[in-house]
Design a protein around this ligand. Structure first.
Ligand code: ZN
Length: 286
């Protein structure tokens, strides 16, 4: 009599054990075996996009948790606090209509980080960009290091919202400390010696706009204008300048912007001659 009761119990516990051994018991009816793993794979996350909230903490928390927009992480201020609002395995709605390196609609392939920051104030004296709180940057850097390491991404994959949507976005703005991030290994910054070298070669001459457009696209920007916009190239140059030459980011091409761009995009400097029709090709660094 006791055996009759115990045997079904033992059979049941045996099944539980088999289930636990074959990982993913809840999916056991669909997948039979997870012991084989393909080498050919990588993370779905290809980019990390940085934003400012252009609002205070309370409004940012409210918007990003209850509204139509969201981000994976929110770095609050006073004291700096990192909230995880969306699991990295899921899509957050932070990028919108966007493009980088030929990929579009980057919500699906990126992690979004919003930083509580007011952005800028427009006054009668002009636009005043607000300074960044170093305490927030000190939290951002290790977060980026962790994300890049876990997803196998290089520092060039950390970009700004204004990079992927230059026709409609300005965040994180010209005061954002990209150079400091680059020094911490979580962003890129052009080599000063290369920039100086190209500036010397250009001798104050601005390459043709067509060269800027070609190289900016090669770097990652999309120059496609939205309907009704005619200043697409100028907006892209301004986005590039905000990131790498923040002292002046009016979107007008000049020799210094060209030198910085050439320092960031390999082999691009020599191609200036293609657009100028010079008999002698411009000399590139080895
Ligand atoms: Zn943004």
């Amino acid at each position: 009599m006791r055996w009759r009761l115990l045997r079904p119990l033992r059979t049941f516990s045996g099944l539980v054990l088999i289930c636990l051994t074959l990982a993913g018991c809840s999916r056991g009816l669909v997948v039979d075996d997870t012991t084989l793993t393909a080498r050919g794979q990588d993370s779905r996350v290809q980019y990390v996009i940085l934003h400012y909230t252009s609002s205070d903490s309370a409004r940012a928390r409210n918007t990003l948790t209850l509204g139509e927009v969201s981000s994976h992480y929110l770095i609050d201020a006073n004291p700096p606090t990192i909230y995880r609002l969306v699991d990295e395995s899921r899509r957050a709605w932070h990028a919108g209509d966007s493009s980088w390196q030929g990929r579009t609609w980057l919500n699906a392939s990126s992690i979004g980080i919003e930083i509580v920051h007011p952005g800028y104030r427009d006054t009668s004296q002009g636009r005043h960009w607000q300074p960044w709180d170093q305490a927030q940057i000190d939290r951002l850097i290790p977060l980026l290091q962790d994300i890049l390491q876990r997803h196998g991404l290089s520092p060039e994959r950390v970009i700004g919202h204004s990079d992927i949507a230059p026709q409609r976005k300005l965040d994180p703005g010209p005061l954002f400390p990209w150079q400091q991030l680059a020094e911490a290994g979580v962003a890129i910054w052009p080599d000063a010696a290369r920039v100086a070298h190209y500036q010397h070669l250009l001798a104050g001459q601005t390459p043709p706009l067509a060269w800027f457009e070609m190289v900016l696209e090669r770097f990652g920007y999309s120059l496609a204008a939205r309907p009704g916009q005619t200043d697409a190239t100028r907006n892209v140059i301004a986005a590039f300048q905000m990131r790498f030459r923040p002292a002046r980011h009016d979107g007008l091409p000049d020799a210094q912007t060209a030198a910085i761009l050439a320092a960031l995009v390999p082999d691009s400097f020599a191609e200036i001659s293609r657009f100028t029709g010079l008999a002698e090709p411009a000399i590139d660094l080895p």
